[in-house]
Design a protein around this ligand. Structure first.
Ligand code: MRU
Length: 344
């Protein structure tokens, strides 16, 4: 699905495939003002850490064009840019994308757009490189052929600017003829796994089944999985990794079963300013997403939902963190400082 572009710039607007509507319909949303950009981020029209990085960059261009149209002063312009930066707290890529283009604001929209385009191009290149490195590592650290792979949430073309991270590794393994089957966790409550990952795997004709999140630990402990591969929203300096809620349960099951648990992300997701997982803000979403199913309330009147969107997997349960720069093994070596020190 390399041709699907979840995020692009067209006709002076940020254009997004509406991921809330997939797989039923393939519709596109055009964001020409900051309200629409923020709304798209909050409602998960666009989601996935690397995709949010590109949205951060293009979002600043949207803000600059609106500032020109509506004669904003500098303070208003900057506060609107901050609104985009802070629309979701956990994926570091969103703030990273905004911060990366900010130095170009004084040079105007064309300069901001050029940098946003560079973010998008670099993300695709990073994903393809980390996929090769991740596939190599997995083939060197597993025995079963072909592989039975478990993944959680959606980390493919839809979650990035192209190709994918964890799903990019699965694609690479599949190209090499090494995938027997993928277990795609459905990913409650918003079903990124059953709606989006399955859509991408179906498109690429990669054999897969969708399982409930609650089935994952049992599937792993029954010996039906050879490796779990997930993405990341923020990797702290010590290797602790925030990702979609349910990821830590997968990691604990892999640890108990003695199979590799692999985290895949571009280096833009590594946040050296955050010391450990304890310092990562976990987005708490509306409880209604948990107590409703397909918009219909299923819990009794008065029941409240608890809806953390992410969890943190401690580094000691992560067999490998794969970026485009290389692979570190946090369960063996305690920090991603090593990744920086080695400049791999
Ligand atoms: O709430 P979401 O759908 O934005 O959560 C996405 C995830 O947790 C992904 O696994 C992560 O962003 C990596 S995407 C390559």
């Amino acid at each position: 699905m390399a041709e699907i572009r979840a995020v692009r710039w067209d006709d002076n607007a940020l254009v997004l495939i509406d991921q809330t509507e997939l797989p039923a319909t393939e519709t596109y949303v055009s964001c020409a003002d900051v309200d629409h950009v923020v709304d798209a981020i909050v409602r998960l029209v666009v989601r996935g850490a690397p995709a949010l990085g590109a949205v951060g960059g293009y979002g600043v261009a949207v803000a600059l064009l609106q500032a020109e149209r509506e004669n904003w002063d500098t303070a208003r312009r900057d506060s609107e840019i901050d609104r985009i930066r802070n629309a979701r707290p956990t994926a570091v890529n969103l703030a990273w994308g905004v911060d990366r283009v900010r130095p170009f604001v004084a040079d105007g929209v064309a300069a901001v757009l050029a940098e946003a385009n560079r973010i998008a191009e670099e993300d695709e290149a990073a994903n393809r490189e980390l996929s090769r490195r991740g596939a190599d590592w997995i083939l060197a650290n597993t025995d079963q052929r072909p592989l039975r792979v478990l993944t959680h949430c959606n980390t493919g073309s839809l979650a990035t600017t192209a190709w994918g991270t964890a799903l990019g590794i699965i694609r690479e393994l599949n190209v090499r003829g090494e995938v027997e089957q993928v277990f795609a966790d459905e990913t409650r409550p918003l079903l990124q796994g059953s709606r989006l990952t399955s859509w991408e795997l179906t498109h690429d004709q990669i054999p897969h089944v969708i399982q409930s999140d609650g089935a994952a630990a049992s599937t792993i402990l029954r010996g039906l999985v050879d490796v779990a591969i997930i993405g990341a929203d923020r990797i702290a300096r010590n290797g602790d990794t925030a990702n979609k809620i349910g990821s830590v349960s997968v990691a604990l099951a892999c640890h108990a079963a003695g199979i590799p648990f692999v985290v895949a992300a571009p280096s833009s997701t590594v946040d050296l300013a955050t010391a450990s997982g304890d310092d990562i803000e976990i987005e708490l979403r509306d409880g209604a997403e948990v107590i409703e199913f397909a918009g219909v309330r299923v819990a009794p009147d008065g029941a409240q939902g608890f809806n953390p969107a992410f969890d943190v997997t401690p580094a000691r349960y992560i067999s490998a963190i794969v970026t485009e720069q290389g692979v570190v093994e946090p369960a063996e070596t305690p920090t991603v400082d090593e990744l920086v020190a080695k400049e791999i």
